[in-house]
Design a protein around this ligand. Structure first.
Ligand SMILES: Cc1ncc(COP(=O)(O)O)c(C=O)c1O
Length: 410
């Protein structure tokens, strides 16, 4: 035990890491953040895939202040509600990829995925299908760190050491419909849901094969299972539509979201519940949904969400994702040399360099930090890019130019 360590035990970091290994950010504006030495960084990751509207938006801060100084928080369990939560649910339902949806609020992505998994199982229960509890997810994938969402996550290092995971969750290789068919043949009537990201994000930035998502929809319909889209990264504009489901033209039964709903100004997530799911939930008037978080429907978080979505609409940021992303894709593709950068993969405004073993992603990240650019390594072979949707053309060009310089230096 060292007394030199910070009392702050960091997420996804070495507990033994010395305090000087962390960069301390103090300010943000647009696509930039500044550290405590005054150094400026271009945030090509929108922090952790979430800051769509950019840093330092006074309008969102003002909305937070106004709500916090009126009614900062009040719980929403039976029989209480508040106007920001009601308004945000209505707004989200109006842009959702399914008609006539309702919205359950959480405080983040992991809680949202757990909520969708629990709703999938409890709707089987309500419908009298007690054994229908199996949830299929994929590898690789990232769905979070609570035990449900962690079990669904297809990244084995994240499971290591955490003991028994949730039963009745099976993971199959991505893009492999045959692997799903094998399960459905054996125990199709036990499948409660298939959980998938439209484009895999933190699991390595993998777009789906043509027809894969439609194949999932068909299989869910065939065995009466719910199709859950985990849109924690794709949701709120990243794919040039409000949700990835709309980009791919697929209607899921549930959508999980978090991150860009507030651009990260407040912790907020949720699940959009489509018409067939809500029909089951509402089918017995005495049924109580015994699930919810202290902060489900938190008025200050919801006020931040409303202000953020208003900015995104007014500034056309969902549309901007397409032009910004196309410029980034084009620029990154100029870096492919087959020698150190093997390929570029992703979609619309989320991209990754696929590296050969000759170039280590962690080292490239560190070289880019020296250049004042923030990217995210995923394993040794992938470096991800997910800039704020307000990133200008010049800033996109600088991200690409700095990456080129950094590759030459590593
Ligand atoms: C697709 C997806 N689902 C769930 C999560 C978990 O979200 P959180 O970290 O807010 O719990 C993430 C986080 O990156 C994610 O990318």
């Amino acid at each position: 035990m060292s007394v030199d360590l910070s009392p702050f035990l960091h997420p996804f970091a070495r507990p033994a890491a010395p305090p000087e290994s962390f960069i301390r950010f103090v300010r943000g504006e647009g696509a930039y953040v500044w550290d405590d030495t005054g150094k400026r960084y271009l945030d090509a990751m929108a922090s952790l895939w979430y800051c769509a509207a950019g840093h330092g938006r006074a309008e969102i801060a003002d909305a937070i202040r106004a709500q916090a100084s009126t009614l900062a928080a009040y719980q929403c369990f039976d029989r209480f509600t508040n106007t920001p939560a009601e308004e945000l649910a209505a707004k989200v339902a109006s842009i959702a990829p399914m008609q006539n949806a309702r919205v359950f609020f959480t405080s983040g992505g992991s809680e949202s995925v757990d909520t969708a998994m629990k709703i999938a199982r409890v709707t089987s229960h309500i419908a009298g299908k007690q054994g229908k509890t199996l949830i299929i997810s994929r590898e690789p994938s990232y769905h979070g760190v609570a035990y449900g969402s962690l079990t669904a996550t297809g990244l084995s290092p994240n499971h290591e050491g955490f003991g028994p995971l949730l039963p009745d969750v099976v993971r199959v290789p991505k893009d492999d419909l045959a692997a799903i068919d094998a399960i459905l043949e054996r125990e199709g009537d036990r499948v409660a849901a298939i959980l998938t990201e439209p484009i895999i994000g933190a699991g390595g930035v993998y777009p789906p094969n043509d027809g894969y998502l439609r194949g999932l929809r068909e299989r869910c319909d065939r065995v009466g299972a719910w199709l859950i889209f985990d849109e924690v990264i794709c949701g709120y504009g990243r794919l040039g539509t409000w949700f990835g489901a709309q980009h791919f033209g697929i209607e899921p039964d549930m959508v999980t979201f978090a991150k860009a709903i507030t651009s990260g100004y407040q912790p907020l997530g949720g699940v959009i519940v489509g018409p067939k799911v809500r029909e089951v939930l509402e089918s017995q008037s005495s049924f109580i949904l015994r699930h919810g978080y202290t902060y489900s429907g938190h008025p200050t978080a919801c006020a931040a969400g409303l202000a953020n979505l208003a900015i995104m609409e007014r500034e056309g940021l969902v549309e901007r994702a397409k032009t910004m992303g196309a410029r980034l894709e084009k620029g990154l593709k100029t870096l492919v040399d087959g020698d150190r950068v093997a390929h570029v993969r992703g979609g619309v405004a989320v991209w990754a360099l696929g590296l050969t073993p000759a170039l280590d992603g962690m080292k490239l990240r560190d070289a880019l930090l020296t250049e004042g650019i923030i990217v995210r390594p995923i394993g040794p072979g992938t470096v991800a890019y997910c800039p704020p949707l307000v990133t200008t053309d010049d800033e996109v060009d600088e991200i690409v130019a700095a990456t080129k310089r950094a590759i030459a230096k590593v």
